[in-house]
Each structure stands twice: as C-alpha cells, then as structure tokens.
Design a binder for this molecule. Sequence first.
Ligand code: ADP
Ligand code: MG
Length: 381
Amino acid sequence: MVRKGYRYITLLLCVGMLLGLTACGKRVTKFNNASVSMGTVISQTVYMSVTGFGATDAGNTAMADINEILAQIDETYSWRKDTARIAKINAAATAGEEGSLTAEQAREFQILLDLCKQTDGAFDISLGALTRLWDIDSKATGQPAGQLTGQEAGQASGREEAEQAALMVPSETEIRQALLDCGYEKIEIRGKTAGNTEVDSQEEQTIYLPQGMSLDLGAVAKGIASNQVMEYLHENPNVHGAVISLGGNIITYGDRGDGSSWNVGIVNPLDPDTNIGYLTLKGSHMVITSGDYERFFETGGQRYHHILDPETGYPADAGIKSVTIWCQDGIVGDALSTACFVVGTERALELAEQYEVEILIVAEDGKLVMSEGMKKVLTVQ
Ligand code: ADP
Ligand code: MG
C-alpha cells in the first residue's frame, strides 16, 4: 500500500514536471534594443532560443543584423542621399536618361506600379516634386531645409519671422506646377523582359521617368524593410520570437517561448500619447499604420500633414485620422495604409477586401470603422 502510494507520488511528480516544462515552454533569452534609422525610432525585442553563454552573442548579432538591413534600405530607397539607388534614378531622369534596374528591382517596380494603378493613383510613387515642394519632413522636425536655407533663415528679421517663413504653405500655382511633374502612369519599365515575373530572369532593364519627375518611395520604404526583416527572422534558427517596431510599422514573429500571443497597441490619433486599444495576434504578422499625427506642421490654425492627395496636391482630407492595415506583406500593407488614408472610408474598405488584408480606420470624429477580421482581434481600451 505504502509502495503503491509512493509510486503514485512519483507518477504525479513526473506529470507535474512535464506540465511544468510545458507551462514554462521553451527556454529563451530576451533582448531589447532601441535605435534610430529610416528617420524613425526602431525598437526591437528579440527572444533567442539560445541560453547560457552563447545567448548574448546570438541576441546582439540578430539585432545588429536587423539594424544593418534597415540601414541598407535607407541607403537604397532614399531620394535624399545622392548614393541611393532611388536618388540615382531621379538624377538620371533629370539628365534625360533612363535608370538601370536589375530584373529583381524591375519586378519590385512592377508591383509598386500595380499598387499605384489599383488604388487609382491614391498611392503614387512619382510624387517627388510635390513632396519636395511641401517639405513637410523638415517643417515637422523644425529644420527648415527645403524652403529656406539656414543662412536665409538667419538673415530673416527676427526668429519668429524666420520660423513663419519656414512653415510657409506652397501657393496654388506652385502646387499645380509640381503636379505636372507627377503621375505614375508616365513611368515605364523598359527592356526585353519587362513585365516578366519569372524569378530566374536576369535580364537588365531600365526605368524611364519624364524629365522633371522624381520618385519618392517614402510611403513604402518601411514596408519593404519589414519584408526583409521578416525574412531574416524566419531564416535565423536562433530567433524564437520577436516584436519589432519601425515607427508605425510593427512586425511580430514566433512567440516568447511560451506560446503566448502578442498585443500590438494601436495609437489613438486624436491623442497620440495614448492607445485606442490593441490587436491580439499569434505568430508572424505586420501591423502598419499611417496617420495625420505622425509628421505635420501647423500654421494659421491649420494642420498640414505628410500624406498628400495626388489629385489635389494638398494633404489628404478624406475625414480619416489614421488607417491601420493588418497584413502579411509589408509592401502591400504600407502602400494601402497610405492609399486608404487618401481615398476615404468607403473605398478603403473595398481596397482592403480586394487585397485580403484587415483594416481599422479611425475617423475624424473618433469613430472606428473596421473589417470583420479586425473585429476579432481588436480589444478597445
Ligand atoms: P509614414 O512614412 O509616416 O509611415 P506613410 O507610409 O503614409 O507614412 O508615407 C508617407 C510618406 O510617403 C510621405 O512622407 C511622402 O514621402 C510619401 N507620400 C505622401 N503622400 C503619398 C501618396 N499619396 N502616395 C505615395 N507616397 C506618398
Ligand atoms: Mg505607407
């Protein structure tokens, strides 16, 4: 009897240990890192399936690799850095020449141009002339780089006057003029295999932009980065889980070793220091938000934000404060977050359905409009 009781206790202990292991889950080591890249704050939390002495190396390597991916994207997709591929394409167009593309780069442009077309140009990669004219990035950070040089600003009589001049809204005529140099329909991908979607095609191609036009891929650079970071996470066997924030773009991957879900906070665009709630997601996802609170300047009691309506040339004014897209592809999600902001709620819901992504819109009056799938994962606080 005693022996039997002993056996029971042993069995219970074993079961208990097994449950304990399951409850504790896989052993992981957690790492955090914050940095600035692509003009935004990057925060990384990575759960490495390496413990003990090797963990620190593995964790630091993963986070440094991710920062390197982001730096490379910035070096490639910026229109501001002369050495960047996009800046070189713009320079070629200014000189009346075509920019050269590898087959892979040409395919990426085909995807982007198709997104421009499907959104009826609400997302448009050719807005360089317009975004440079508005120069909202500089005005939003208080660095009047576009309209007024530092020297000119210094010469202006008094600091206030200089600041006002720096925050000047472009004139109707300037906007109309800039719009003449915009329009994705005028972009052509040229070459023998243009439009070829076969992965193994290595044929070199070119991109043609009319003289005066310039590319601005600011709306999708972080989405392109998100795709590359996600690919890296999938390929690194030491990473068990991660949640990475590139400004308004959040990437989740795997789990914390315990099978639990991620809670992705959604900023309240009416009070950006608070959240309206969070999405509960398991595994790998992207949550991409565009809002009028991210980059803007205010003058004459009016807010001028960084998402422009290519039809009017002015900041989009479709009654929306923010759009969040929950998706699996960063390029699609980032292009749609921008386009949906421009087109307004009704058309935004159609686009989300067409691309099979979930959408959450915060309207100007604070009302939430969302797709069915979004309702299932959103907890409003
Ligand atoms: P964020 O970069 O803050 O995440 P978005 O993804 O919406 O915001 O991208 C906004 C940026 O994209 C702007 O700063 C500008 O460079 C560019 N842009 C503005 N309006 C458009 C548009 N309608 N289509 C494509 N790009 C745009
Ligand atoms: Mg975007």
